[in-house]
Design a protein around this ligand. Structure first.
Ligand SMILES: O=C(O)CCC(=O)C(=O)O
Length: 318
């Protein structure tokens, strides 16, 4: 896997430039210090949020819960007072507990005026701001957002490392069917089990407090909290019809089917999904390494034959 660290980064950007150069071409962008343009940039410390919402009971998800590793997180693992949870972040202690998609604006609507949807990102989803909290060393497994929206993720406290990968690599990332997850571990890529990873190109971003990252629709993201911290994400509907359709189908059709079959078939369903993801990746590998005419002629042959051949050719990419 190639990780590119030379990324597009600006200190500020106007709506026209953002739309023409990043939103329309679906290109990620790091905007340094975006939060400083809003009252929240100074006001929103973890202690301030604790004072405001410390008594609110919140849903907590435990990264150590392996039951959810192959499907969408839907049920929280435990409930806790917000104040108690953020103490781990204030102390900067490692923990597997995180809060995601927390709608703080619902609990304290006055917070919205401190950080409304960033000016270049306004749209019909502009009122949906969500907060994400995690402790030092927390990992957010690699995923695409299920609704395929564009995301503006603004960091307020702590640093995080974000690996972004274009949706064009979905097959080579072994995307599981019926959901938007992959089981690959980008920190320790296993090229024997997942040879397709050798062809994936990723971008790496380090977000510092105040920075915002524009993640285009369908982009895969894998996040590591370098410090305990929190961020706010705003969303904007996918621009293309194709992405809107995939988002709608994922929410309304694929996710319910995945949940149902997970419930009925358990591990067998996961094994089927892994097998399917592998077949899809093998096809994508073949496309990468063989000339187009050769693929057409041999399309009907089993991908396994090609795959064996490919394994011998592949070592240069690792
Ligand atoms: O920052 C995080 O903890 C997760 C953010 C995320 O996955 C998202 O905004 O979709």
């Amino acid at each position: 896997m190639k990780i590119n660290k030379e990324i597009d980064c600006v200190d500020s950007i106007n709506i026209k430039d953002f739309t023409e150069n990043y939103f329309k071409p679906q290109k990620p962008l790091l905007i340094k210090g975006l939060a400083a343009h809003y009252p929240a940039g100074k006001k929103w410390t973890v202690n301030y949020l604790k004072e405001l919402c410390g008594d609110v009971t919140v849903d907590i998800f435990d990264n150590n819960n392996k039951d959810t590793s192959s499907s969408a997180f839907t049920k929280p693992d435990l409930k806790m007072k917000f104040g108690e949870y953020v103490d781990t972040i204030i102390k900067d202690e490692p923990s597997s507990l995180r809060m995601f998609l927390f709608n703080m604006f619902k609990c304290k609507p006055e917070l919205r005026k401190d950080f409304p949807c960033p000016y270049m990102f306004k749209g019909i989803l502009g009122r949906m701001g969500y907060m994400f909290f995690g402790s030092k060393n927390t990992k957010v497994r690699i995923h695409q957002d299920i609704d395929m929206s564009n995301v503006m993720l603004t960091q307020f406290h702590g640093r995080k490392r974000v690996i972004l990968i274009s949706p064009e690599y979905s097959d080579l990332l072994y995307r599981l069917p019926f959901n938007t997850y992959s089981l690959v571990d980008l920190d320790h890529p296993d090229y024997n089990k997942y040879p397709g990873l050798a062809y994936v190109e990723a971008n790496e971003y380090i977000l510092e407090p105040g920075d915002a990252l524009y993640m285009p629709s369908g982009y895969w993201h894998y996040i590591t909290y370098l410090d305990g911290g929190f961020a706010v994400s705003y969303r904007k509907l996918a621009d293309s019809f194709k992405m809107k359709l995939i988002g709608a189908l994922s929410l309304a059709v694929y996710m319910p089917i995945d949940k149902l079959l997970n419930f009925i078939l358990g591990k067998k369903w996961l094994a089927y999904k892994e097998h399917f993801a592998e077949m899809r990746a093998n096809k994508a590998i073949i496309k990468k390494i063989l000339p187009i005419n050769y693929i057409k002629v041999n399309e009907k042959k089993s991908s396994k034959t090609f795959f064996t051949r490919h394994s011998q050719l592949n070592t240069n990419h690792r």
